[in-house]
Each structure stands twice: as structure tokens, then as C-alpha cells.
Design a binder for this molecule. Structure first.
Ligand SMILES: Nc1ncnc2c1ncn2[C@@H]1O[C@H](COP(=O)(O)OP(=O)(O)OP(=O)(O)O)[C@@H](O)[C@H]1O
Ligand SMILES: [Mg+2]
Length: 382
């Protein structure tokens, strides 16, 4: 059997022994000497199975196991405890922490290999568990507040315990990295270097940047990368891969149509049009609707987010906007120039920097409605 196995143990002789044993059986082996190093190795090595010691300094194996089970991208990696703890209570605790099997030291080499192979065979038969919902945010025109909605929704959905992956699909001058203060260590550019058929969940996983809120982001190319096309095949492969990694995939889309944009819309379960309550944005939103319809986004699968940038007497009434566009509004965001300027300046979404402000309250309500709408659409899964 083949596959990569990560062994985490603070005892160097165990690591040496396991490496020899498993390599001889044809497995690739990575090792880590404590739980923190182990957690990092899970990200970098993407193992097919983890063999985990329980008693380690700082963080023990049980806690590491619980952490891995708690994260959608690592929840399904098979884990076997290999430990000197032999009490029945310890075995039960290990299995309760989410382990797939339990081997006590000293163990017979043949038994270790047999158990590893059995767990791998069992878990490989299981179908991939996750198929996240894709929610596309698209501005009626530029500067409506689409990216601001996207970053805050991502954080608010994480706060609602939905694992959320935000993709900045601007192949030029995206703003998500700055709005979340994330270093662009990896981005869309890394995936464009691959062929579309090489892009899967694992490849997307490798280039995600993690925000302290728990939200993960796939960033647009860094400044200075120049103007690049986003090919249709890459765009679809990226969205398909992202769906395997989270409950909700949020897309921050450029408002200018392109073949790639059309294709990712057709993979979306829902679209949210972001607009100001003024005649020109409403007219632009009207022009966006056929594009969404062509992608199969009709009826309840399209919602509006109305963003009031200023307190204006000329604003159109909400009911008029909903009637003109024949779509319901999922959120009305109040003017928040000062709060948003502060949040952009510090690279912290307003929902985190000023959680009690009116704008943050409306953003949380919006997240709740988006969650409800997305789950109601689940009944008619496309
Ligand atoms: N509720 C609001 N009140 C005041 N200003 C706002 C509000 N929402 C967004 N803005 C401001 O509008 C500006 C544009 O926002 P943002 O970059 O999110 O828009 P966008 O639609 O993503 O723009 P682009 O088309 O360039 O991608 C930002 O300066 C932002 O702070
Ligand atoms: Mg934007």
C-alpha cells in the first residue's frame, strides 16, 4: 500500500524505528517531535494518516487529535494512537478524542503495519464528506462595498460556526489581503502555474492564508504581479476544490463580466448583488440579472445587499428597489464611513474592530439571513 504517514512522537528512537518500518513497507514518512511541529507538518505534508503519541510535553496527543478533528480541512485524516498508556480508560479516551485506532507500546512491527493498512483501506473507501455551498458576491458596479461585505461576512459566518473560505477572484488589484491584513505568501498565481486538472482540494488548501478569525482566504495575485488572465478551466477547478474544504465558499467577484466569471457563477448556489440605493446602481444591477439567470441563478438564489454609503435624501426606498429588481433584500447596511476607514486602516474587519457598532450588527444579521437562505436552497441542491 502507498501513502504518506506522519508520525508524531517526542521519543527520537520511536521516530527512527517507525520511519524504518513504514518506509520498508512502501510508505512515505514524515516525522514531528511535538504536537505544535505535528500540526504544522499536517499542513505542509498533507499526510494520509497520522500516528500519534499521547504523552508529549506542552500539548499532548489527545489535544492535538481534538484540534485536528475540529478543523474541516483536517477532520477526516485517519489517526492512530501509538502509546505506552495501556489502561482501558486511556484507550476509551483516545477513541473518544476521535482516533480511528489505538496501538500500545511496545508493539509488534507486523501489528503496526496491519493496523495502518486496515485504517487506510477503511477510510479510503469512504466518499469525500464535504460539498460546501458557493455564495458569489458581485457589485452592481465598482466601489459598492462588495469586498467589505465579503470580508465581514466571512468572519461573521465563522462566528456562526460555519467554516468559511473566501476567494478573491480579482486577478488584478484585489483588496482582500489588505482588508484582512494577510501577507500574500501564496495566492491565485500559485494555482495558475498548475494545469487545471492538477488543481484539487489539496492544492487549493496549500495556498490558503489563515485569518485569526478562523476564516481562510485564497488571495488574488500580489501587487506588481502584472495583469494576468484568469482562465476558465483554472477558475472552475479552484471553486470545485474550495467546495471540498469548507461549509461556505464566498467569492469576491469583479463586477466586469468575463468567461471565467460566468463559469464560476454557474458553480454558485447563490449570488448576492451589492448596490447603493441610487438609480444608477439599481440600473446596473438590472443589467447583472440576465448574467446570473444564464448561470442558473434565479428566484431565491439571488439576493440583494443594499449598502448606504451616506445618509442621503435621494436614496431610493427599499421596496422600490426590490420591486424593480424583483429580488428580496437580505441586508441593509447603514453608513459607516468612520468605522470602515478605521477598519481598512488597521486591516481588521469592522465586525471585529467595532463589534457593537450599528454596521457590525447589520452585518451579523446579514450573515444569519445568508445562512438561512443557503440552507433553504440546499433543499433544491443543484
Ligand atoms: N456602509 C458604508 N458606509 C460608508 N462607506 C462604505 C460602506 N461600505 C463600504 N464603504 C466604503 O466604500 C469603499 C469601497 O468599498 P469596497 O472596496 O468594499 O468596494 P468594492 O465594491 O469591493 O470595490 P471594487 O469595485 O473596487 O472592488 C471603501 O472605502 C469602503 O470603506
Ligand atoms: Mg472589491
Amino acid at each position: 500500500m502507498t501513502g504518506k504517514i506522519l508520525v508524531v512522537d517526542d521519543d527520537p528512537s520511536t521516530l527512527r524505528f517507525m520511519r524504518l518500518l513504514l518506509t520498508a513497507e512502501g510508505f512515505a514518512v514524515a516525522t514531528a517531535q511535538d504536537a505544535q511541529e505535528g500540526l504544522r507538518a499536517v499542513q505542509t505534508e498533507q499526510p494520509d494518516l497520522i500516528i500519534l503519541d499521547i504523552m508529549m510535553p506542552d500539548m499532548d496527543g489527545m489535544d492535538m487529535c481534538r484540534q485536528l478533528r475540529g478543523r474541516p480541512d483536517t477532520a477526516d485524516i485517519p489517526i492512530i494512537f501509538l502509546t505506552a498508556k495501556v489502561q482501558l480508560d486511556d484507550r476509551v479516551a483516545g477513541l473518544k478524542a476521535g482516533a480511528d485506532d489505538y496501538i500500545t507500546k511496545p508493539a509488534e512491527p507486523r501489528e503496526i503495519v496491519a493496523r495502518v493498512e486496515a485504517v487506510l483501506a477503511r477510510t479510503r473507501r469512504a466518499p469525500p464528506a464535504r460539498q460546501g455551498r458557493v455564495v458569489a458576491l458581485i457589485g452592481a458596479k465598482g466601489g459598492m462595498g462588495t469586498s467589505t461585505m465579503a470580508v465581514n461576512l466571512a468572519v461573521a459566518l465563522e462566528q456562526r460556526q460555519l467554516s468559511t473560505l473566501l476567494i478573491d477572484l480579482h486577478h488584478y488589484s484585489g483588496t482582500i489581503a489588505q482588508q484582512l491584513k494577510l501577507a500574500v505568501r501564496s495566492s491565485l498565481t500559485d494555482l495558475l502555474a498548475l494545469e487545471p486538472d492538477q488543481i484539487d482540494g489539496q492544492q487549493v488548501q496549500r495556498v490558503l492564508m489563515l485569518h485569526p478569525s478562523g476564516a481562510r482566504a485564497l488571495l488574488s495575485p500580489p501587487a506588481g504581479a502584472g495583469l494576468i488572465e484568469l482562465p476558465v478551466g483554472h477558475a472552475t477547478a479552484i471553486v470545485r476544490g474550495a467546495k471540498l474544504l469548507s461549509d461556505i465558499v464566498l467569492l469576491d467577484l469583479p463586477h466586469v463580466p468575463s468567461p471565467a466569471l460566468k463559469e464560476v457563477l454557474s458553480l454558485s448556489d447563490m449570488a448576492l448583488i451589492v448596490l447603493e440605493p441610487e438609480p444608477i446602481p439599481v440600473a446596473c444591477a438590472e443589467q447583472t440579472l440576465p448574467l446570473l439567470e444564464e448561470a442558473g441563478l434565479i428566484g431565491e438564489a439571488v439576493g440583494l445587499i443594499v449598502v448606504n454609503h451616506t445618509q442621503s435624501v435621494t436614496s431610493l426606498p427599499l421596496a422600490d428597489i426590490e420591486r424593480t429588481l424583483n429580488k428580496s433584500c437580505l441586508g441593509v447596511i447603514p453608513p459607516a464611513f468612520a468605522e470602515l476607514a478605521h477598519s481598512d486602516h488597521h486591516g481588521t474587519p469592522v465586525i471585529l474592530s467595532k463589534p457593537q457598532s450599528m454596521v457590525s450588527i447589520s452585518l451579523r444579521e446579514l450573515a444569519e439571513r445568508v445562512q438561512t437562505r443557503v440552507s433553504s436552497l440546499g433543499l433544491y441542491a443543484r
